[in-house]
Design a protein around this ligand. Structure first.
Ligand code: TYD
Length: 145
């Protein structure tokens, strides 16, 4: 069975630092496995907030805490989950489509940059966990056939 969880990975970006400071490069299709169609960033969230809580039918993401720290919990709807700490501006996490994700434990200075493979389309977001579990079963089944 196609396991979306296995495709989740941390990515380290090139740091072109010199005596003037650091410069991190993220090129679509080169440093990350998709062309970037959308970027957004989340800040002003705190340690009490849980964001995300959705899966995307189509969109792949890379999340980078360009400042501060946060955590991402990833679930596959089949009982597997993993927690990643985003705590360095030159490291990101790649999230394929059809994983459930929750972002939480934001530090006060957290700026979470999100790069996405698709333009925003509310209809490809699954925001109900039970619906996600149902979808993932049929999704895995149809991917096999
Ligand atoms: P939401 O999906 O709840 O953000 P998160 O999952 O990071 O907690 O998005 C918050 C609002 O912003 C919601 O009304 C949808 C809107 N939005 C867009 O219009 N375009 C986008 O690219 C994103 C990510 C959100």
């Amino acid at each position: 069975m196609l396991n979306h969880m296995d495709r989740v990975k941390m990515i380290e970006f090139k740091d072109m630092g010199d005596e003037r400071g650091q410069l991190v490069v993220v090129e679509g299709g080169i440093d990350i496995p998709f062309e970037i169609r959308r970027a957004f960033y989340i800040y002003g969230s705190d340690a009490t907030v849980v964001r995300g809580k959705h899966a995307n039918k189509k969109t792949e993401f890379v999340l980078i805490n360009v400042a501060g720290t946060s955590k991402v919990k990833v679930m596959d709807g089949a009982g597997n989950e993993a927690i990643f700490c985003l705590n360095r501006p030159n490291t990101g996490i790649y999230l394929p489509n059809m994983v459930w994700k929750e972002m939480y434990d934001f530090s006060p200075d957290s700026v979470l940059l999100v790069l996405a493979s698709e333009h925003y389309d509310a209809s490809e977001y699954i925001r109900d966990y039970d619906e996600y579990v149902k979808e993932i079963s049929s999704f895995a089944f149809s991917s096999e056939n």
